[in-house]
Design a protein around this ligand. Structure first.
Ligand code: GDP
Length: 194
């Protein structure tokens, strides 16, 4: 079977995105920051996995966030063979400042850590840069260049269009991501989806 894993900090819009992509198939009523187990969407033999959101959550202790991170890492390691694709959802407009804040404390931000980790274990990973509706057209490309740099991808971001998909789950503008998913599924001979 094939598995696509969706990961991201909490509040990046991962649930909104999954709802837009898979509609009624998304299990609702999941309490954010409380669920430690992944939730699944099964589409024939394709498994879509929604990992618990990590990063800052108000009211949730730091230790719990470490637990979520460790569980995510273990889950990915244990299932790496079956996981054909990773989608790392980020809050596009917020990412550069978040990364810089962590850098200034000599820490690696969880987004960057996850991106590196997924690729280290050999999982092809797409960056879904969400909330791009918040970005002015005049600042669009420069923000995406900043995101690329923070992820260790040399700008211009357009060189990474096979990896970076600017989207807005809120506006339902998912063209870039759907295009990349379609390409990857085509490579896996799974043209029946999307
Ligand atoms: P999750 O914690 O990652 O699952 O995020 P949610 O889907 O619950 O969304 C978190 C917040 O971000 C909510 O207030 C959403 O309305 C908002 N949000 C999600 N996607 C977008 C987007 O594309 N643009 C904007 N402006 N807000 C969004």
């Amino acid at each position: 079977s094939f598995e696509i894993i969706f990961v991201g900090r909490s509040n990046v819009g991962k649930s909104s995105l999954l709802r837009e992509l898979f509609g009624a198939k998304v299990r609702v009523g999941k309490r954010p920051g409380v669920t430690l187990r992944p939730t699944y969407i099964q589409i024939s033999d394709l498994l879509i996995t929604d990992m618990p959101g990590f990063g800052f959550m108000s009211g949730v202790k730091d230790r719990k966030q470490d637990i979520i991170k460790d569980k995510t890492v273990h889950y990915i390691e244990d299932n790496a063979e079956r996981i054909k694709l990773g989608v790392l959802v980020i809050d596009g407009p917020a990412l550069p400042q978040i990364v810089d804040r962590w850098d200034s404390r000599n820490q690696i931000p969880i987004d960057v850590e996850m991106f590196d980790f997924l690729r280290e274990v050999g999982i092809d990973t797409i960056i879904a840069a969400n909330k791009m509706d918040k970005v002015k057209e005049s600042e669009y490309d420069s923000l995406l260049d900043k995101i690329a740099v923070r992820l260790g991808l040399e700008p211009p971001w357009q060189n990474w269009k096979h990896i970076i998909a600017p989207i807005s789950a809120k506006k339902g503008d998912l063209k870039a991501l759907k295009g990349l998913l379609r390409d990857r599924l085509h490579e896996m001979k799974r043209d029946d989806l999307f």
